[in-house]
Each structure stands twice: as structure tokens, then as C-alpha cells.
Design a protein around this ligand. Structure first.
Ligand SMILES: [Zn+2]
Length: 278
């Protein structure tokens, strides 16, 4: 299997109603519930239109978790502090509140500083198992029709942002007209937005915690692990982001081939080999 190459990175135009709104502090009136999370209402309409079109083509699109749609400032801050420290350690850095913060462990997944992620504006959504070949191919062919684009390619195939601000593309405008989706009046819509648990995908039980990958973990890095092991001929299962028995067997076979010892854990050496973990 060869790696898919694509290059769709478009800058984000912000909807006018985000002007003066602090990232991560969106009023509920600007948010709309989507299946699996919530997004800025324009991004939500674009996302739903895209989900519907993908479904018609036999491709399921859903967020990795609720925390991978809109993220409040507090939830971004909580995870940021789990992964970054103000104490210098030579690892890669982020600037936050005018200070340099250092990744606690180089193999943790990177995270934007609180307030700087498009997840904090409700415009970004992380797509579950986006790297699965059929899904990725569909996304590459269709994201622009719905006003979405990637931010970091090809490393983050899951991270899509809605880029078209107040001028949704035709396919989205059509979906909005059909479903009577309009700019929410201030104070409206609050009741329809369920209180979504909003910690990003990393540290919940069973989810990828940004460190070693173990059987039972799930998330985008597990998908990447599956893809990399498949490319090397060790994995033949689905790219579903769930570290199940097939993934475990592939990790064991890979480690044996390298003389890394036994066990189904994908530790630092394996992750480094496979280019996972930045
Ligand atoms: Zn993301």
C-alpha cells in the first residue's frame, strides 16, 4: 500500500458572529448540536451536509469524540496542562500566556495552546478513522464542496476546519435552505444543545493518552499505527482506530521481527520507528 498524497490547505475565514467572541467561550446561541458533538452553527450545517452526502456514497463520517468538535477553553487548558509544562526540558514548545511551555514527553501528541485551536472557535472537527483509505479518498474528493479543508497534511488527516465563514458553498446553502437552518437569534437554541462531555480525545479511560499505545486504546494514533503496520505487511484488519486483537497481533509480530521483545504494547521504539507520536 502506498501513502496517499494530497494538499488541500485553505485558510479559515471566520464567520462575522465570532468577532469579539473569545475562543473557547462561545455562547450556546452560536453553537449547534451535531451527531457526536457540537460546532459553530455554520460549521455544523456544513458538517451535516457533508455527512449526508458521504452517507449517500456509503461512507460514514463522525467525530472522533465530542471533545474533538467544539472545545471550551477550560477543556483545552486541562489537556494542555497534562501534556505541557513551563519547566524547560528541551522538548518542543508552545507559547501560552506569553511563556514558553515544553512538551512533557516528546512522544505525546501535540496540542494547540488554549484559545489558539480552531476547535475553540467551533470550526474544527476531528473525523473518526479519517485515514481509512476509502474514507480519505472520499474526503479528498469532497471536502471543498462543503467548505472544509485540512490544516496539517498528511500528518493530521482527521483534523478538518470549516473555512468559508459567512459564505457557505452551494451544497451547504442548499442543505441549509432545505432544513431551514438560519443564524440563531441570541439566547435561542440553548435547550437543543446537549451538555456534551468536552475533554479532547486524549486522556479518557481507554482513549489514547498521548503516550505508549496499548491494547484497548482508541483514537487517531491507533489508526496511524494500523496504517503503518499494514504498509509493512504486519496488519491486515480494518483502520478503525481501535487497538483490538488484530492490532495487538500485528504489534507483536512487528516487535518480534525487530527483536524488540514480546508483548502487545506499542512503546516508544515502535512508535518512533513508525513515525507516530509528534
Ligand atoms: Zn483537531
Amino acid at each position: 500500500m502506498s501513502k496517499v498524497e494530497w494538499d488541500i490547505v485553505v485558510p479559515v475565514k471566520q464567520p462575522a458572529d465570532l468577532k469579539g467572541v473569545k475562543p473557547g467561550k462561545l455562547p450556546e446561541s452560536l453553537l449547534r448540536a451535531v451527531k457526536g458533538g457540537k460546532l459553530h452553527w455554520l460549521a455544523a450545517a456544513a458538517w451535516e451536509a457533508m455527512v449526508e452526502a458521504a452517507k449517500a456514497d456509503g461512507v460514514e463520517l463522525k467525530p472522533v469524540s465530542a471533545g474533538d468538535t467544539y472545545r471550551s477553553y477550560e477543556s483545552q487548558l486541562a489537556v494542555f496542562k497534562q501534556r505541557y509544562t513551563p519547566n524547560p526540558n528541551g522538548n518542543s514548545t508552545r507559547t501560552f500566556e506569553g511563556k514558553k511551555w515544553y512538551k512533557k514527553d516528546p512522544k505525546f501528541a501535540s496540542l494547540a495552546a488554549p484559545g489558539t485551536s480552531q476547535h475553540n472557535t467551533g470550526l474544527a472537527v476531528d473525523v473518526h478513522t479519517a485515514g481509512e483509505p476509502k474514507r480519505l479518498k472520499w474526503l479528498i474528493a469532497n471536502v471543498r464542496k462543503f467548505g472544509f479543508s485540512w490544516e496539517v497534511v498528511p500528518e493530521e488527516p482527521w483534523h478538518l476546519r470549516y473555512t468559508e465563514g459567512d459564505n457557505p458553498p452551494a451544497a451547504v446553502a442548499e442543505y441549509m435552505a432545505k432544513n431551514n437552518i438560519q443564524k440563531p437569534a441570541a439566547g435561542a437554541n440553548t435547550a437543543s444543545v446537549p451538555a456534551a462531555p468536552s475533554a479532547p480525545s486524549a486522556p479518557a479511560a481507554g482513549k489514547d493518552d498521548g503516550g505508549d499505545l496499548d491494547p484497548g486504546d482508541s483514537g487517531p494514533r491507533v489508526t496511524k499505527l494500523q496504517e503503518e503496520l499494514a504498509e509493512r505487511g504486519f496488519y491486515k484488519g480494518k483502520f478503525d482506530g481501535d487497538f483490538g486483537p488484530k492490532t495487538k497481533a500485528a504489534v507483536i509480530a512487528y516487535k518480534e521481527s525487530k527483536g524488540y521483545g514480546s508483548g502487545g504494547k506499542a512503546g516508544k521504539r515502535v512508535l518512533d520507528d513508525l513515525g507516530i507520536g509528534l
